[in-house]
Design a binder for this molecule. Structure first.
Ligand SMILES: Nc1nc2c(c(=O)[nH]1)N[C@H]1C(S)=C(S)[C@@H](COP(=O)(O)O)O[C@H]1N2
Ligand SMILES: [Mo]
Length: 322
């Protein structure tokens, strides 16, 4: 079992707060057993179905052993303080401008170094999986942080189904390009569509998820509906929203912020208090408070997930590869 993140302030996890690991495993083993028994069953009975209605409750959600017990920010804070430049550059813009964004029907293209490339319905991506609620700390590039109870599935589970070949060393992601619906794309704030990428090892790490919800409900548009990446040990901009394309490649994919300001935003973007952004320190962060203005706290290497992810970067100079 991967160690839980105990780095968020003084929030030590009490054994009583943790979903017993054995319960979780039994559930998993049950799923595996029932799938095996019926050979070609692609959708286990407990699998999730994605509803469409705003704030619909998600079915099939179980608690992830990877959650922290840190207190999550309120639904209000999480859904009204966003970065989603397709809907404006102000923190309150996405909540206002993404209200009518159409996220159904939604399809995703799988391209590149994989056996099962093609275009797939959102439902075919999500429904075979059991959704897990994980509480992560998402940090942003401007040095603020939030704790978010995402509902998602491990990206690895999804990617494996498309059978990446041995040439697949990276995974690239692409956001919808639709200036009609996304007013921010009518201005050249960034090069559109928004692009992001991970190494294969990062993409396959169990902490990397595709989120489809938060607080047990369908993901609101401003948070990246219908599905977005969450990579909790990296700066917020890596967690690309409203994904329509996933590309397996042998070479490092282009990423929007790196294209826009290569000296400021690297490909890796691992949270690193020792490496400053050229225009500001990254040593401390301001947790987004509820009502009051919180004071800054020290930022932890890999956002507190060093025990789980530092090994991915053995031998890599993290100052050079920022
Ligand atoms: N497509 C797209 N994805 C995006 C962004 C964006 O502007 N467009 N902003 C990124 C940045 S800078 C951050 S901090 C997070 C914010 O996620 P949140 O609004 O759910 O907190 O989304 C990331 N994903
Ligand atoms: Mo950000």
């Amino acid at each position: 079992m991967i160690k839980r993140n105990t780095s968020l302030g003084s929030n030590k996890i009490l054994p009583s707060e943790i979903t017993p690991h054995s319960t979780y495993l039994n559930r998993r083993e049950l799923l595996r057993a029932s799938a095996a028994a019926t050979a070609v069953i692609a959708f286990p009975a407990q699998a999730a179905t994605l509803p469409t209605q705003r704030r619909a409750k998600l079915k099939g959600v179980i608690e992830s052993p990877l959650s922290t017990s840190a207190t999550a920010n309120s639904y209000d804070a999480i859904t009204n303080y966003n970065n989603f430049y397709e809907f404006g550059t102000g923190k309150a813009d996405p909540a206002k401008n993404a209200q009518d964004f159409q996220t159904r029907p939604w399809s995703l293209s799988i391209t590149g170094e994989a056996e099962q490339i093609g275009t797939f319905n959102l439902e075919d991506f999500i429904n075979p999986h059991v959704l897990e609620e994980r509480i992560y700390r998402l940090r942003c590039v401007e040095a603020w942080s939030m704790v978010v109870p995402w509902v998602g599935i491990p990206l690895a589970d999804v990617l494996k189904r498309y059978k990446p070949t041995s040439n697949a060393k990276y995974v690239g992601f692409e956001t919808l390009n639709d200036p009609e619906q996304m007013p921010g794309q009518r201005r050249r704030i960034l090069q559109w569509p928004y692009l992001e990428g991970l190494t294969m090892a990062e993409a396959m790490h169990p902490l990397t998820i595709l989120a489809v919800g938060l607080y047990g409900e369908l993901l609101p548009n401003q948070n990246g509906a219908p599905l977005r990446l969450v990579v909790p040990w990296k700066y917020g901009f890596k967690s690309i929203k409203s994904i329509v394309g996933i590309d397996f490649s042998s070479t490092q994919p282009k990423t929007s912020w790196n294209i826009s300001a290569p000296r400021e935003y690297g490909f890796y973007a691992n949270v690193n208090p020792e490496v400053n952004h050229p225009r500001w320190s990254q040593a401390r962060e301001r947790p987004i408070g509820e009502g009051s203005f919180a004071s800054k706290v020290d930022t932890l290497p890999f956002n507190g997930y060093a025990d789980q992810v530092a090994d991915l970067y053995n031998g890599l100079n993290l100052r050079r590869n920022f």
